[in-house]
Design a protein around this ligand. Structure first.
Ligand code: NAI
Length: 210
């Protein structure tokens, strides 16, 4: 089924979560089957674009039948690796770190926050939704004693690179970076940046008249 990820373009990869989200909503709404035309309308893409996207993974759907919503959702779930369970730690337990830890919505997709780390003595020892905030000095030993797949960096941007380096040296593979800085990492690490301000600048650009 799934081809090597390296052959899949960035653009296709970025569309897969959106397919998954729509298919999950359709499944919840009791929709069993969807034609490529209907799916394309929902996704805001052409039917041929959708076919091309799915062909990257060997193709799904049948001529004249369309797509079986549950089956397609399951296939995309596997492609996205969402059939796995992921343990997350959060570096920086300030406004954003605490908001992420408080959000329960990621758990239904298998993402569980296990601990937060900070340098602020007033935060260390507290917990968010039962999830402990530890001293940053305990991070490396926590990682060696617990399975940690993803680290969310929610520190001030000046501290993000250093945090990423320690995390990667400690064996964490996935970095979910919220700090407004592009961190440099070696090849074995995978960084996904969430630059909310970039998105806001894009919105502002699209709204501006000049
Ligand atoms: P904050 O100041 O509330 O929290 C940052 C936390 O990081 C503090 O608790 C601080 O003690 C801790 N910290 C500082 N150095 C550290 C280190 N070396 N190791 C571990 N913890 C350390 O800031 P906030 O608002 O939570 O933002 C965090 C990051 O996320 C910033 O880089 C910010 O630019 C970015 N961001 C925040 C957004 C938001 O809505 N709050 C939105 C977009 C980006």
């Amino acid at each position: 089924m799934a081809k090597e990820k390296n052959y899949v373009s960035e653009a296709v990869m970025r569309r897969m979560p959106k397919y998954y989200r729509h298919l999950t909503d359709m499944e919840k709404a009791g929709i069993e089957r969807i034609s490529s035309k209907e799916l394309s309308k929902r996704m805001g893409l052409t039917a041929s674009q959708i076919r091309q996207d799915f062909n990257c993974f060997g193709g799904f759907g049948q001529q004249g039948y369309g797509y079986n919503v549950s089956e397609l959702r399951q296939e995309i779930q596997k492609i996205l690796g969402l059939h796995n369970e992921y343990h997350i730690i959060i570096i920086g337990a300030g406004n954003l770190g605490q908001a992420l830890a408080n959000y329960t919505g990621f758990e239904k997709d298998g993402f569980f926050v296990k601990a937060l780390f900070d340098i602020n003595p007033r935060l260390i020892g507290m917990s968010i939704r039962g999830i402990p905030i530890y001293d940053i000095d305990e991070m490396e030993s926590f990682i060696s004693e617990n399975e940690v797949h993803i680290a969310a960096i929610c520190t001030p941007k000046e501290k993000a690179q250093e945090a990423a380096e320690i995390l990667i040296q400690s064996g964490v593979k996935g970095i979910w970076n919220f700090a407004a800085v592009d961190i440099a990492v070696p090849n074995q690490a995978i960084v996904e940046n969430v630059h909310l301000s970039d998105s806001l600048y894009t919105l502002s650009f699209r709204m501006s008249d000049d």
